[in-house]
Design a protein around this ligand. Structure first.
Ligand code: 4FV
Length: 256
């Protein structure tokens, strides 16, 4: 999977892309992430990317031309193919030719809420361009020209789209085959079967007078799988009953 990120704070991504699972995935070539400074696509010598809002009001708005130039440059740089591209296909230029180019995602509170299903949908694409906004927002004509989809990580307002982009990159990296060891652990991830995860325990056997459930020390793997399935349902019913509306995830319980 190839991910290109556009931001005015590229320095925010360094440690994240060099550490732990994402860092290892990139080092092993399982994931490619390029971070580009939007200011490199500004049109004036002050590298301006924001201006005052038409119609007045507080704060600044990000200008459209730098974004449009930046996304088109990244598209032209031969992003791997998906049915992204301008206006869903009808565009000028090799990279923008119909049906070619990375899928362009703007991180914003107005987007579809990021969940396990959305992560898997985006992970199925070969190329992504992530647009990280700042200030009060982005000129609407960016959405109308070089954005295929908006994604939100939650109903609260952050100061920038960089952290949402990192959340998305981390979630996507876990979907890339070979990135997470013990392949089945991704399959057992929370939400996969529509359930939260079962409780986990490790040494020491007693903490603050609280012992590990005996079944986990029994060696009876069928009993352990059953216990974990029941505990996953219990945790989901207690903490996220909304997840059970669609009925208990079949795969999860059945194979316990
Ligand atoms: C956000 C979110 C978010 C809004 C204005 C950046 C900020 C500023 N992005 N999920 N919630 N973005 O709050 O994705 O430009």
């Amino acid at each position: 999977m190839r991910i290109q990120v556009l931001t005015i704070f590229p320095e925010l991504f360094g440690p994240f892309l060099a550490t732990s699972l994402v860092g290892r995935a990139i080092a092993r070539g399982l994931l490619a992430v390029e971070v580009r400074d939007l200011r490199d696509f500004a049109e004036d010598r002050h590298r301006s990317v924001d201006d005052e809002p038409y119609g007045g009001g507080g704060g600044m708005v990000m200008m459209a031309p730098p974004w449009i130039r930046a996304v088109r440059a990244l598209m032209a740089a031969g992003g791997e193919g998906d049915e992204g591209g301008e206006g869903g296909g009808a565009t000028a230029g090799a990279a923008g030719s119909p049906g070619f180019g990375p899928w362009r995602v703007l991180l914003s509170p107005q987007g579809a809420r990021l969940d396990d299903a959305k992560v898997r949908e985006l992970a199925a694409r070969r190329g992504l361009i992530l647009l990280c906004g700042r200030y009060e927002g982005i000129d609407e004509r960016v959405r109308q020209t070089v954005v295929d989809e908006e994604v939100s990580i939650g109903d609260y307002v952050l100061s920038g789209g960089e952290l949402p982009a990192m959340v998305l990159i981390e979630a996507l990296s876990r979907q890339v085959p070979g990135v997470v060891g013990q392949a089945e652990s991704v399959a057992q991830d929370s939400f996969r079967g529509g359930l939260l995860d079962h409780p986990h325990y490790t040494r020491p056997p007693v903490v603050e007078g609280l012992a590990v459930p005996a079944v986990l020390l029994s060696g009876d793997h069928a009993a352990i799988r059953r216990w974990r399935g029941e505990e996953a349902v219990r945790a989901t019913r207690a903490k996220r009953p909304d997840l059970l509306e669609g009925g208990v995830g079949p795969g999860r319980v059945l194979d316990c």
